[in-house]
Design a protein around this ligand. Sequence first.
Ligand code: ATP
Ligand code: MG
Length: 393
Amino acid sequence: MTQGEVLLLKLGEVVLKGQNRRSFEDKLVANVRHRLKTCDGSFEVCIRQSTIYVEQVADGCDMEEAVRRCRQVFGVVSVVRAHPCDKEVSAIVECAKTYLAPNFAAAKSFKVESKRADKQFPMNSIQLSIAVGGDLADAFPHVAVDVHNPALTVEVEIREKAAYVHAPALPGAGGLPVGMGGKAVSLLSGGIDSPVSSWMMARRGVQLEMVHFESPPYTSQMAQDKVIALAQALTPYCGPMTIQIVPFTGIQEEIRRQCPEEYFTIIMRRFMMRIAQKIAYRCKAKALITGESLGQVASQTMHAMVATDDVTTMPVLRPVIGMDKVEIIKISQEIGTFETSILPYEDCCTVFTPRHPSTKPKLENIRKAEEAMDIDALVREAVENVKLVKVRP
Ligand code: ATP
Ligand code: MG
């Protein structure tokens, strides 16, 4: 760890927020502070000129881990590890020589790029880059100056209180701060798609409440643990969450007793939506999220969506609706849910699957098929027997 090293977090869309910008920035600072609270060391987090500064209050902070965590906070587009110094060419050169010594040792060529947030600084950015670049070229004669295709770009920022020297930024998670986009209930199965759809909506600032349907003894404790592990894997991005685990066995057995086999899946999905919506009302969420992708399986056709939306009044957000499986898998690998998602435990959706599911169900036929059941009572009982599991990073 380099003493005095700071992190500069660059904000993306937050800076476009006009009048709401202040509340977006406050939320983002709070989210960053929250993520660093359990990181080794003591950090001070503040915002100046639309950049978040993460500074070490004392030595011994785990900067490696702090970088990793800050990169996962939605609203942060990039993270730089930087070293502050006086706003003078000689100080900047000295700082680059020591702080970036390992980078210079590994590089064959370099250039300097400068930015001035402090317009009082006497040199413009080109003059500054030339001055600092010249001195660094003398200090590291084995590293050539190459302004077109350098192996190392030394970046210098002249900011309000100090100059900052750093190597190029690392990409952050982007999006908007969680909590700014309202709250939604996300239907989380143990599959690949729903962790990705949850993550995508959280990235737009949505706070998530998870709902999972289980059907013991047809689904196992292992399947439930898997879903908890998936939600847990999302918490570094999405923050602490509650998973509401809904007992679904009774409903599925009732559907099997009362309804035509070809409608099993579609009717089951209608129950899921009704229950999820009830839970959403209860926890003041304003929308539902699913991991449906058009045409992926029989229950994800356009007809099937009409049938499931028939029982909800809330918007149903389906962020992966237009994505191919390979694209969804790529995201799940990047966010770290893939390996858990492919563990081979059964989901309640795979219990009682019809041999020939209807792909173009008629709404009036489905409604009719449900008439034999006491829908309200079944929904009420499921909601009353929900089990809560809290997960945190
Ligand atoms: P996934 O990979 O997310 O499981 P899938 O391709 O297996 O999706 P389905 O099983 O048809 O598709 O489920 C579609 C969506 O319904 C899921 O993405 C999820 O949002 C929701 N869902 C399915 N099963 C459950 C469950 N047991 N609990 C909560 N939500 C579920
Ligand atoms: Mg599934």
